[in-house]
Write a protein that binds this ligand. Structure first.
Ligand code: V55
Ligand code: FE
Length: 477
C-alpha cells in the first residue's frame, strides 16, 4: 500500500503528485491556432511516484515526466509519460521510495547503493535528432520524441567523461552547436566542471575540465558569440555535511559569487575569474559580447528562492519577503578590475525566454513570469511554492513593459516562444494556465508583440497538470 504524501508545500494543493501517464487525442480548442504553429512542445515535470523515503523532500526530487503537446494540421494531441530512469525502475519494482534526500546518496536504502539517482526531471532538449531529458546532477536520459518511450541514458556513445550535464545547455542558432557544462563533474561536492560542445549532428566534439573556486550550485550559464561564462553563487555543497546525511546545499553569504569568462573556442586555461556580491541566480536571460565588454542578463534574488536552501544556511526569511530584480552585469575585459558593473533592467521574475534568433547577441525583448500580488494572494504551485500569475514582455533597452495577467484563480507555467515565418512578426508565446477553480488546465497562445490582447487560442486540457519546470518548442521538420 502507498501511504499519503506529506502535507508540506511540495505536495499539497496544486503540488499534489499527479502520477498520471495520459494520452488525449484532439484536445478541444477555442479560437484559432495559426497554421504556422506546427511541431511539438515538450515540458519536463517532476512528479514523485512514491512518498519520500525520509518523510519529506523537495519538489526538485520528483521523478521526471515528459509532457508533449503536438500540433499537427490544426490538431493538438497531448501525452505525458514518466522517463524510465534507473531510479524510477527500481522504485517501481519495490513499490516504494528507495532513494533518500535530494542529491544525498548517503540517505538511500542500502539496496540501491551505487545505482543512478538521476530523475531526468528538468529540461527536455531536442538536439542531433535526439530528445534528451536533463537533470543537472546526472547524465541525460533519451526519450523517443513521438512515443515518449525511454531509450536509455545518453553518454554521447561512451565519450562523455562528466558524471553530470546541466539542464541549461545553450543552443547556438547560427551553428546548431549545443554548448553545455557539467558541475560536480567528478562526483559529489567536487569543484570539477566540464565544458562541452556537441556539433550540429549531436557529436561530442569538446570536453575540457577546469576547477571553480568552490562547489556552488551552477544551474545555468551563458554563451555569447565570443565567450563562455560560468557564474557560481554562494549556495554551497559540503561533503562532510552530505556524508552526515545533511542537505546538499546551504546558502552561505560569507562567500562571494564568482564568474569565470573564457573565449568560447579558447582553452579553459584562459579563464579569467571575477568576483561579485553574494546573491542567487538560477536563470540567465541572455548574454552578449560588445567589443571588450561581456554583458550577462539574469534573474537575481537577494537570497535563494528555494526555502530549503535558505533554511540549511540558517536564514529564515518568509517567501513573500524574498526580493530581487532583473539585472545586467557588465565585465570589461580590457580593464584590470575583477568585479562587474551592475544595472537594473526590470522587476523581479523568473523563466526568462527570448527568441532563438536573439540568443548570444545584443537583443531587446525578453518575456518572463512574475507574481503580481495586486492580482490576488499567491497560489501554491511549482518548486518554489508560489505560482506565477503574470507574463511580462520587457524591452531591456528602454525598460518598456507590457503585462498579461493570466486570470483570477489561475497560475501560469513556463512559456515557450514560437517564431513566426511572417516578416516583421514577433512570434507567439504558449503556456499552460492552471485553473485552480476547476482543477483543469488550458494552454494559451498569445501574439508575443500583443500580450495586451490576451490569448488568440485556448486549448482545454481536462485534467490538472502538475507544474512543470522547463520546456522547449521543436518545429515540425
Ligand atoms: C532547479 C531545478 C531542479 C534542480 C535544481 O529550478 C535546480 C531550479 C527540477 O530540478 O535539481
Ligand atoms: Fe532552470
Amino acid at each position: 500500500m502507498t501511504g499519503p504524501f506529506p502535507e508540506t508545500m511540495d505536495y499539497i494543493g496544486h503540488n499534489a503528485p499527479s502520477r498520471i501517464e495520459a494520452e488525449i487525442y484532439d484536445l478541444v480548442v477555442h479560437g484559432e491556432i495559426p497554421d504556422e504553429i506546427a511541431g511539438a512542445w515538450y515540458q519536463s515535470v517532476p512528479d514523485p511516484q512514491y512518498p519520500p523515503l525520509l518523510g519529506t523532500d523537495t519538489y526538485l526530487s520528483g521523478d521526471g515526466m515528459v509532457r508533449m503537446l503536438r500540433f499537427e494540421n490544426g490538431h493538438v494531441d497531448f501525452k505525458q509519460r514518466y522517463v524510465r530512469t534507473e531510479r524510477w525502475q527500481l522504485e517501481r519494482a519495490a513499490r516504494r521510495a528507495l532513494f533518500g534526500a535530494y542529491r544525498n546518496p548517503f540517505t538511500d536504502d542500502p539496496s540501491v547503493r551505487g545505482k543512478r539517482r538521476g530523475a531526468a526531471n528538468t529540461t527536455p532538449i531536442f538536439h542531433g535528432g535526439r530528445l534528451l531529458a536533463l537533470k543537472e546532477d546526472s547524465r541525460p536520459w533519451e526519450v523517443d520524441p513521438r512515443s515518449l518511450e525511454t531509450i536509455g541514458e545518453w553518454d554521447y556513445e561512451g565519450r562523455l567523461r562528466s558524471e553530470t550535464v546541466t539542464a541549461h545547455p545553450r543552443l547556438d542558432p547560427r551553428t546548431g552547436e549545443l554548448y553545455f557544462f557539467g558541475y560536480e563533474a567528478s562526483g559529489l561536492a567536487s569543484r570539477d566542471v566540464a565544458y562541452c560542445v556537441a556539433d550540429k549532428n549531436g557529436q561530442l566534439v569538446r570536453e575540457d575540465w577546469f576547477q571553480v573556486p568552490y562547489c556552488a550550485l551552477m544551474h545555468d550559464f551563458i554563451v555569447t558569440q565570443e565567450h563562455a561564462v560560468f557564474p557560481g553563487f554562494p549556495i554551497v555543497a559540503d561533503l562532510e555535511r552530505i556524508e552526515a546525511g545533511g542537505p546538499h546545499w546551504a546558502w552561505d553569504p560569507t562567500k562571494e559569487s564568482f564568474v569565470g569568462i573564457m573565449p568560447r573556442d579558447g582553452r579553459v586555461e584562459q579563464m579569467r575569474w571575477f568576483r561579485a556580491r553574494p546573491c542567487s541566480v538560477f536563470h540567465f536571460v541572455n548574454g552578449f559580447t560588445e567589443g571588450s565588454k561581456v554583458h550577462i542578463d539574469m534573474c537575481v534574488s537577494e537570497v535563494p528562492a528555494f526555502e530549503f536552501m535558505r533554511v540549511a544556511g540558517d536564514l529564515h526569511v518568509p517567501q513573500h519577503e524574498v526580493q530581487g530584480n532583473l539585472v545586467r552585469w557588465t565585465f570589461d575585459l580590457s580593464k584590470p578590475g575583477d568585479t562587474p558593473e551592475e544595472h537594473v533592467l526590470g522587476p523581479a521574475g523568473d523563466f526568462p525566454r527570448i527568441a532563438d534568433k536573439d540568443m548570444m547577441v545584443d537583443y531587446d525583448i525578453t518575456y518572463y513570469a512574475r507574481v503580481d500580488v495586486n492580482f490576488g494572494p499567491p497560489i501554491v504551485s511549482g518548486p518554489v511554492g508560489v505560482g506565477f500569475n503574470t507574463i511580462t514582455r520587457l524591452e531591456v533597452k528602454t525598460g518598456k513593459m507590457t503585462d498579461l495577467f493570466v486570470g483570477p484563480n489561475c497560475t501560469a507555467q513556463e512559456h515557450v516562444h514560437i517564431p513566426s515565418r511572417k516578416p516583421g512578426h514577433e512570434g507567439y508565446l504558449m503556456y499552460i494556465v492552471d485553473r485552480h477553480d476547476q482543477n483543469q488546465a488550458e494552454v494559451h497562445i498569445v501574439e508575443a508583440a500583443h500580450l495586451e490582447n490576451g490569448p488568440i487560442a485556448r486549448i482545454l486540457v481536462p485534467m490538472r497538470l502538475r507544474c512543470g519546470v522547463h520546456g522547449n518548442w521543436v518545429p515540425q521538420t
